[in-house]
Write a protein that binds this ligand. Structure first.
Ligand code: ATP
Length: 305
């Protein structure tokens, strides 16, 4: 069987390119036929994946190699096609999708498992979410609005990120903006609707709609979320002091934050978030603009395990 790969060479601060060369050696050694396309800029993952899906009429396997941004883009290209099974080799900095579906988070182990799986073609079905705001699309990990999207927007726009990325210190940019913006960001009134029930939060910092527990490179933002239960876990941080917010960012690594009284959790299939002030939004860590957003469960997608 011919395997199709979409590789983001820039993932993991450019290390993904070297990872791909090693993957290629293994494929050749196993005499596996493959075809590869490289992304050249943001958005290419979606375009290439859609082109593959439209060209092929028989079932085929499309494997994304990169980080969460890469699998996000590839899923956006193929979510509406039933004849595609998606594979994922984690080769990014965060790799939360792999954690979320309990797939190995190192490229070597993931490749080994996938090579076994390809022979038997073992696929599992997973939920993906659909969002509609000024942009629309699907997500595999989470959609977030408010403070976290604000931080990632600031960090991505920073000239320091590119410089520090080259030194593999890119994460410090997020920490810098987290500490700085904590004192500048103004929490807002948010109206949240979960399956027709309405809730109002007067000083909301952030709302995360999660498909599985992981976020931001291993933080357990929604510890009980499951990626195959056809619903989302919603986490709201409201009316928290700036000092306590800092401790929240420490406890979120093991999921301890959900015991705080300022953290509210819900579960549902249809979520609407609106606010008087347009809130920054992200889907799987990718910027998707700002404003009100509606999120619903998309049909499941088949993933190679
Ligand atoms: N050739 C390219 N050059 C620059 N950016 C690219 C290229 N191809 C894709 N991108 C963009 O790179 C961004 C980051 O990719 P990705 O998220 O896969 O890697 P990562 O940030 O290292 O991993 P993670 O999200 O898991 O932390 C995505 O927004 C994607 O659109």
């Amino acid at each position: 069987m011919l395997l199709h790969f979409i590789v983001n060479p820039s993932a993991k601060n450019g290390k993904c390119k070297k990872i791909w060369f090693k993957i290629e050696q293994r494929l050749r050694r196993h005499r596996i036929d493959y075809h590869v396309a490289f992304t050249q800029e943001q958005g290419d993952g979606t375009k290439l994946a859609q082109q593959f899906a439209e060209q092929k009429h028989e079932p085929f396997i499309l494997i994304a190699v990169g980080g969460d941004g890469t699998i996000h883009e590839v899923m956006n290209g193929v979510a509406k096609y039933d004849h595609v099974a998606v594979g994922y080799i984690p080769a990014g900095t965060g790799n939360d999708f792999a954690r979320g579906i309990k797939f190995p988070i190192t490229w070597r182990k993931a490749l080994n498992q996938m090579l076994l799986s390809v022979e038997g073609i073992h696929v599992d079905s997973y939920d993906i979410g659909a969002f509609k705001s000024t942009k629309q699309g699907v997500f595999v990990n989470s959609v977030g609005c408010g403070f976290d999207a604000h931080i990632s927007r600031k960090a991505n726009a920073s000239k320091w990120k590119q410089i520090l990325n080259r030194l593999y210190l890119g994460k410090f940019v997020y920490v810098f903006y987290l500490l700085k913006e904590m004192f500048l960001y103004k929490p807002t009134v948010i109206q949240l609707t979960v399956d027709q029930k309405q809730y109002t939060f007067s000083k909301a910092w952030l709302v995360t709609v999660a498909n599985h527990p992981y976020y931001g490179g291993g933080m357990k933002i929604a510890p009980f979320a499951q990626s195959n239960d056809q619903r989302f876990d919603v986490v709201v941080v409201d009316d928290v002091s700036r000092l306590k917010l800092l401790s929240l960012f420490a406890t979120v690594f093991w999921g301890g934050h959900i015991r705080m009284k300022e953290v509210h959790t819900f579960q549902g299939k249809h979520i609407h978030i609106c606010s008087d002030v347009p809130l920054p939004l992200h889907a799987d860590g990718e910027q998707i603009g700002e404003g009100d957003i509606t999120i619903s469960v998309n049909k499941q997608i088949r993933v190679l395990k």
